[in-house]
Design a protein around this ligand. Structure first.
Ligand code: DX5
Ligand code: ZN
Length: 220
């Protein structure tokens, strides 16, 4: 099995010191920076958006993985690309014309991802899988950091892996929510390629850099 990419979620970082947080992650085991955008409509919480992404981008060394938890994301794709997004992930549940939105993301030159809420079956991607760069399996209900990992995710990731192979898709499987040392190993065994982690990484007493190093060592 391949070592997964580690994507710390800035939602759990010190919001008043995002420059310092981004700079210390620059020299860490982080492969991507995960950037959670919430609109207070698609999810019952509001986080941050374009100007914050632009500010973070100036100090970031890793690609920025933008997770749009917003309704009608099609109106904001170009703006997020311009603000510094490398990967743009939209929710299947927020897009009646998901295929079109995915093509729009790719036309902008970004990697295209689709996220699925815990209750959304992977089969909604059957006719789109070959076009995707990434599928994000939500292992919590989106909207908040620090929630408990939903155990059924392991089965869902394994099923998705089989579906992607069936469809001839080389999309990466990302898992987002409640990821920690307690489930990272089994997730990678099941087929996860990208692990997002917020509170586990930033709330650890030893800090994010040491925690990411420990996670990487654990998965080696
Ligand atoms: C949840 C966000 C996650 C969140 C993960 O709505 O999409 O990316 O930051 O945080 P933890 O790892 O604390 O569950
Ligand atoms: Zn996220």
């Amino acid at each position: 099995r391949r070592a997964p990419l580690l994507a710390p979620s800035l939602l759990a970082a010190d919001m008043a010191n995002l420059q310092a947080e981004t700079e210390r992650l620059a020299a860490s085991a982080a492969d991507w920076l995960h950037f959670d955008v919430m609109d207070g409509r698609f999810v019952p919480n509001i986080s941050f958006g374009l100007p914050v992404l632009q500010a973070v981008k100036r100090h970031a060394r890793q690609p920025i993985d933008v997770h749009l938890m917003i309704e009608e994301p099609q109106h904001y794709l170009a703006a997020f690309r311009d603000a510094g997004a490398d990967v743009i992930t939209v929710h299947a549940e927020a897009c009646p014309h998901l295929h079109r939105v995915v093509q729009q993301i790719k036309q902008l030159g970004c990697q295209a991802g689709v996220a699925l809420n815990p209750h959304t079956p992977i089969q909604v991607l059957e006719n789109l899988a070959a076009d995707l760069d990434l599928v994000c399996i939500m292992s919590v209900n989106p909207g908040f950091g620090g929630q408990a990992f939903i155990p059924n995710t392991l089965r869902k990731v394994a099923d998705l892996k089989a579906l992607l192979i069936d469809c001839g898709s080389d999309a990466l499987i990302e898992v987002d929510g409640g990821v920690s040392l307690a489930n990272a190993g089994p997730l990678v065994e099941a087929g996860a390629d990208v692990l997002v982690a917020g509170s586990f990484v930033f709330n650890a007493p030893e800090g994010p850099v040491a925690t990411l190093e420990r996670l990487r060592g654990h998965l080696a």
